[in-house]
Structures are given as structure tokens and as C-alpha cells.
Ligand binder design. Sequence first.
Ligand SMILES: C=Cc1c2[nH]c(c1C)Cc1[nH]c(c(CCC(=O)O)c1C)Cc1[nH]c(c(C)c1CCC(=O)O)Cc1[nH]c(c(C)c1C=C)C2
Length: 513
Amino acid sequence: MMIPESIAVLGGGLTGLSAAFHLSRRFPRAQITLINKDSRFGGWVRSERARVSFKNHSGKHEEADVLLEAGPRTLRPNAPSVLELIHLLNLTPSLLTVPKSSAAAKSRFLHIPGVAGIDRIPSSLLDFLKSDNAYLARILLSAVLPEPFKRWNRPPGAEDESVDEFFTRRFGRDFARVFGSALVHGIYAADSRKLSLRTAFPSLWDAEERGRGSIVTGFLRTPANSKSREEEEPYELGDVQDRMRDVSVYSFTDGIGTLVSALVKYLREQPNVRMYGGVDVMGLRLNPRNKRFEITTSSRETLTPTHVVSTLPLYRLRKALPPSTPLPHLTSNTYSSVTVVNLVFPSPPPSSPPLHPAGFGYLVPRPVEGYSATGPGILGCVFDSSSTASQDVFHGDQGITKMTLMLGGPYSSPSQPSAPPPSTPSINIPSLLTTVSHQLDRPLPDPVLVKTHTNAQCIPLFSVGHLQRMEELRAVLAGEPWGGRMEVVGAGVGGVSVGDCVEAGRGVGRGWR
Ligand SMILES: C=Cc1c2[nH]c(c1C)Cc1[nH]c(c(CCC(=O)O)c1C)Cc1[nH]c(c(C)c1CCC(=O)O)Cc1[nH]c(c(C)c1C=C)C2
């Protein structure tokens, strides 16, 4: 393997930024060029502040400066690669943590389509017994209690299946539709009948093996120790891990965008890094004679790096390559589009009930009749005020309640990778608010701010067999003519969470020595 002289990182979302950060430290002599289609870096991360003013219940003028997130809003502390960036970029002072003991950590709700109101999802035996929703309690108890005694029913020779098939097989049809589909809405904004179990929830597949067919038994058995990432290259964590003790989720005072801004600032200051914003990758080919890559850009430049890291969505990488390039599986997945609606309401006076119970938010499972194109297509709603209220600044005494609705995913037509991104759907806000008021089963005041943002094709829908396909892609890239000098990573390859993206960026170029 040849030491990189010059590296092009394609894509300036979190994977690309993390890749450029770690490559610039690992290969200080290499020239690194990060190319991002948008002039704004960070991909789906978009944190913005807005000022709202309104009259409170006693007619007094109030003002608030609110933080709105159009993409990820909280992070889980289980990703050491993100904690490492927080330490290395000195972001600890702006950390904002949500303790495990808070309602935002402990309470998640479900809205059953057609039934007004939301119900807390039981998370312990005591919760089951206390649950006042007989329908949910029945589905859960009849699914979970008999599962350890059910025979091992994975189809012989199966290497993967959909999340829905898996849950139906082990826990029954109702559990799969209500809980399985809601879980998939809340992470992948996708249809659980199309999502690969082994890619989306590998721990469930492994638990079934450990439990010799039973997931419940499998989770009660300790997994065998696998070689940890820590042993390969220790994380530089400083005291950030201590700060994360008993933390459920965290963000920053100015939102997740803080991480992006700090990475961009760091990279701009490095003498061996060039940042190209607002520049698209038009073509990418490998020159067989000198083994260099040739990258043509929308700014009419041709770069000839020795090494490439592509963090582009796979279908965009496919488009950049000559059609005859035999790189497999770049168009096997579709992508979900999610419309995010930030809603800010004046909080009710202390004598009135709050607009929602304290908790993380609620999810809406797949309706019995399936996804219909009519209606707003609400997948779930995050109660931001329960977890990240301290990001907002009030001038007054009533305050605001902030929620975020997530719409679309399987309700909008699936996006084929080759198709142009779907146009922003027009949303009827009054009708949307009527639906939310029904879902919460309480009246809502007029919002003081509504902000809509459509993230077109933002979450890859890993179809069944994805892991195997990605192994085949990696094997081709490791062989000739590529010789391991191009790595393909990112949400579309290895996982959709911020932690997955940052970890993938951290791992590139390990073999380039
Ligand atoms: C309703 C739609 C969505 C909500 N969040 C997302 C969507 C599409 C996106 C999302 N949520 C999670 C991830 C993975 C990141 C990670 O840190 O693991 C992504 C991309 C986390 C997550 N959200 C929920 C669950 C069960 C998880 C897995 C990790 C965990 O247990 O914390 C549930 C959930 N998501 C949303 C709501 C309203 C909700 C529960 C009430 C919003």
C-alpha cells in the first residue's frame, strides 16, 4: 500500500468532516481536499436560531430566542468517536446533557392511529402492570411472555430478513405492526417491511443466535467479547466520558450545528486541508496508467489525488463514475425523505395543563390499512421542550413550548436513487395542527412560529441483504485496479446515526501506510 500524497474527501456531511479531521492528523504531509456540493457543510445537520414575539395569556408582550433543528437534535453518549471530537475540539463548555432520570429519557409515547391521545410505552414489568392502555399492554404481554418458549423459527439458511418479518416471526403480527413499525419510523423514517434487520438492528439478530432462537433469552445472556474498536486505536476522551455518566442524550447550547462549525473551523485552519464548499463532483475515474484518480468538479477543476474517500450517497457516487465502472451495489437502496416541522407555542398558564406530557415524544405506528397518500403522514413528534429547553432564551414569564413533527418517509412515494429528489410537499398547517391536537388529545393554541424543512432523500433505506452487498463492494475496492486507495463510507453504507457517521470517518485510511 502506498502512503497518500493527496486525498480527496467527497461530501462534507459529518462523515466527510470527520474523515478530513482524522486524515489531516494521521497524514500531516498529505494534501487533503474536502469537496461539498452545498456551500454550507454538515449535511442534514442544520441548527438555526429564530426570534419569536407574542402576547401571553395576560396580554403581556413576550419574546424568546429559540433554537430550531431541522436534522438530528440530540446525540446518545454511546459513540466514543463523537465524545472524542468534543474533547479534541474543546466543546465541553457548551455541552447540554439530559440525565437518564429525566422524563425526557424515561417516557416515550405511542399514538395509535384513529384513537385520540398518546400512551406511554411500557419499559418495565411494573410499567406493564400500571399501563392503562389495555390494547398496548395486551399486545406487549402476549408477544413478550411466550417468546422464550417459542421454537427457533428462523428460516433455514436465512442470512437476513425484513424487520417486520423478524418481529412477526418472534413476537406476532400485532407487535410487529404496532411496535416494530413505530421503532423503524423513529429511527429510519421507513417501512419496517422493507428494512434489513441485520443492518438496522444487528443486536436483535445476534440475540436470537445467543438465545438459540429466543430474543428475550438472548438479551439475558452476556454477549461474547469481541475485539473492541478501542483496542485498534484508543479514543482521546479527556474527561468527556465522565461528563456523560448517567446521561441519556446530549446536545450543545447552540444545537448539533456546534459540532459542524467546530470541525469546519478546525479544518479551515489546517495548512494541509482545502475546503471546497458549493462545488459538486461531476466525474470520478481511476487513471490506469498512473494509478491516480481524476476528479472533475462543477468549478471546472480537475483534481488528481492518490487516494479518495467517498462519503457521497451511493447513488451520487454511481452517477459520478463512468457507467462502465464495475463497482457493484451502488443503487440497491432507496432513500427516505423527511419533512421536519418545528412548532413553537406560547406555553399555557401554570394553572392549565401543559401542551404535552413530559417525555421524549411520541411515535405513530403504521396504520392497519397501510400508508395512505392522503393526510399529513405524521411519523412522530419530538417534545423538544422536555429535553433541550435550556437552548431557548425567554424574555417574559410564560415561556414557550417547542415540538418537532416528522412527516413523510413511507407516506411519500419512495425515491429511486436515480430519480430527482421529490419536490417539497405542500403542507396544510391548520389541518396538520388539528391532527396533532387529536393525537395529543388536547387543544393547542395558535403557534407563534412554524418552520418547515424538507430533507429530501436524507435517510438510506437499507434493503434486505445490505450487509452482504457492502462486503462485496469493499472486496472489489480492496482488489485491483482500486488497490484499496478508494474507501466508500457514510450513512448509506454503515449506519445512519451521528455516531455511525463520525466513527466511519474516523476509520478511513487505516490501511494506507
Ligand atoms: C419520528 C421520526 C424520527 C425521530 N427521530 C428520527 C426520526 C426519523 C431519527 C433518528 N432517531 C434516532 C436515530 C439514531 C441515532 C442514534 O443516536 O441512535 C435517528 C437517525 C434515535 C432513536 N429515536 C427513537 C429510538 C427508539 C431511537 C434509537 C436509540 C434510542 O433508543 O434512543 C425513538 C423516537 N424517534 C423520534 C421520536 C419522537 C421517538 C420516540 C418517541 C423522532
